[in-house]
Design a protein around this ligand. Structure first.
Ligand SMILES: [Zn+2]
Length: 322
């Protein structure tokens, strides 16, 4: 009995504190992005598709192990006024000059960090460094995915300002886990070359910020119509019976959002493939068939092991995603 009680408490904490596309969605985004690539890149990326999917969640595992990691996943853009937030310089140097680095870090640096990782990925292609290409491809897939989540662009990131705690994981974990496999369409066109990756990602972040209001409003509207005891239910999650948003309630919310979660997942997939493709083009389109297989070092493997250990501990404390 005590064990069950502890489990329920852990899961409740989890539902309230997960601030990232769920692990499931992140893995799907990196996985499906591979199929948008041009033929010159497809063989290489397909060969490593499991790595790219598995490691799509490394940045979230790092969040509690590395102090600098957290701010890379979001930006509280509403801190900078109202849409389109013109007072916020889009360049890092301009923003630092205006607000100072400490303040920027406090309110999240997601869009700028994506550009930094993109630069590193381009360099890895130039240097034909297979390990770095794979690690950075997986990482940037994660950060791009996060930038497409409306509540990653809002200071009310878990509904804490509007008494809607838990809505973050509800939108980005519960909905994809329930509906992606059976009803989301991930057949998307082709990756595009992006002239200005920085402009592209700011545009996506603005879209996220504008959608945050709907994410919150719809949940509130449906909650007012559904009896409180039907909002949550003890249901199966990955083989465990846990208290979470009830399937029927989730379905109503998903319908009210009119496909928003699917749309943002599709746009994430397109963005990830396009950033990979753009990095490769900017590196001079190296022949990937000549690249060696990755030789991950024992240090890499030890890092992943320790991240997993830390993540498992945080999961038990209800602090990390799954
Ligand atoms: Zn994240």
């Amino acid at each position: 009995m005590k064990k069950i009680f502890v489990l329920v408490i852990c899961v409740l904490l989890f539902v309230q504190t997960c601030f990232c596309w769920g692990f499931y969605a992140h893995k799907q985004i990196n996985y499906y992005a591979v199929f948008l690539l041009p033929p010159e890149m497809t063989a290489f990326y397909k060969k490593h598709i499991s790595f790219l999917a598995d490691h799509a969640v490394d940045p979230d595992k790092r969040r509690y192990a590395i102090a600098d990691e957290g701010p890379r996943h979001f930006i509280d853009i509403d801190h900078y006024g109202s849409p389109p937030y013109d007072s916020l310089p889009r360049s890092w140097d301009g923003a630092v000059k205006k607000y100072g680095e400490d303040s920027l870090i406090k309110y999240g640096i997601g869009p700028w960090w994506i550009n930094k990782v993109q630069g590193r990925l381009t360099k890895a292609f130039i240097e034909k460094n297979t390990q770095q290409i794979l690690k950075l491809s997986a990482d940037i897939g994660h950060y791009l995915g996060d930038a497409h989540v409306p509540l990653h662009a809002s200071s009310n990131h878990n509904g804490q300002q509007t008494n809607q705690q838990g809505i973050h994981g509800f939108w980005e974990s519960r909905i994809p886990e329930l509906f992606a496999a059976t009803s989301f369409d991930f057949i998307i066109g082709r990756a595009a070359y992006l002239d200005k990756t920085q402009d592209f990602i700011w545009q996506r972040v603005l879209e996220s910020a504008l959608a945050a209001d709907t994410v919150l409003k719809m949940e509130k509207l449906i909650s007012e119509k559904v009896p409180a005891d039907q909002k949550f239910a003890f249901e199966d999650r990955n083989g465990l019976i846990v208290r979470q948003y009830a399937t029927r309630f989730t379905s109503r919310y998903h319908q009210a959002l009119n496909g928003m979660v699917e749309r943002r997942m599709r746009q994430s997939i397109y963005a990830v493939a396009s950033f990979w493709y753009t990095a490769w083009v900017n590196a001079g389109q190296p022949d990937l068939s000549l690249f060696s297989d990755p030789a991950f070092s024992t240090i890499d493997r030890a890092d992943w092991d320790s991240l997993n250990v830390q993540w498992q501990k945080d999961k038990l404390k209800g602090r990390s995603c799954e």
